[in-house]
Design a protein around this ligand. Sequence first.
Ligand SMILES: [Mg+2]
Length: 309
Amino acid sequence: MIDDQRAAGAVVGSAVGDALGAPFEFGPAGAFSSRFAVSAPGGEMCGGGGWDAGEATDDTQMAVMVAESLLERGGLDLPDIFARFQRWAASEPKDIGVQTEDVLTNGMPWDLASAVHFQVNLRAAGNGSLMRAATSAVYFARDGRQATMDAARRISALTHGDGAAWEGTVIFHELVRLALAGDDPLAALPEILTHVDAHHRERYEAVLAPTWHPDDATEFNGAVWPCLGSAVWAVRTTTSFEAAVRAAVDLGGDTDTVAAVTGGLAGAIHGLDAIPTRWTEPLHIPLPGHAGRVLRLPEMLDLTRRLTA
Ligand SMILES: [Mg+2]
């Protein structure tokens, strides 16, 4: 059984984290809490750095495109998702990951583009496929673990040729699936890790360990391992959606994506009701390449309803 409140929490929570973190991208740790004290809530959806207040970025835009493909195609149609990404990438979105842009514009067919990019560049373990996973995690949750993990790998592989990015996305999908079923996803991490590809298991065991702290990261949090590790840390060390997402943005660095991943997981655990309305009210998701469409909370809730129908 999928809990609708939690499904909406995952999709909206990820978008809220994205929009909240966007103005702080590449900033220092602590920038968010020094500007917005916990004791005086309000105004946190501040905009800046080219973003309007409440404006979600490429993380959420890509998650919406995946959702609309799944719904309109009646399931996983990888060439269709890739074509939607390409149309969007050609429409000059305000932000797009370096790796993602290269794969979507290198002229290769959908089933070769990311592999060729990885062969040439040798590094493709960015967080750019993890960041957009909330909608597909919700959609595949009802189909169980194997279908969830398989879909996560294949959608990730559209833009990321490194299996490390696939496995991080797999873990996120499975955490969300368990949360939507009412289980404790963090308690299941040791078991989830047994289903992770053996080549990548050790690094995920490290960043997902209860004793791991984001300061222990060996890469910038734009990489998939510390991004997922930081999101799990933020959820594990807090007791509310708000506190988890604040902690994520406060880490600095790739704040929109770390907060999007955190918000997706925290929303799946705490549910839609736990997301402050002062954060959902200004939330909006422009969709470049989609004739000026802008999604707001009602459209995101409608999208989630259809993903779980
Ligand atoms: Mg972004």
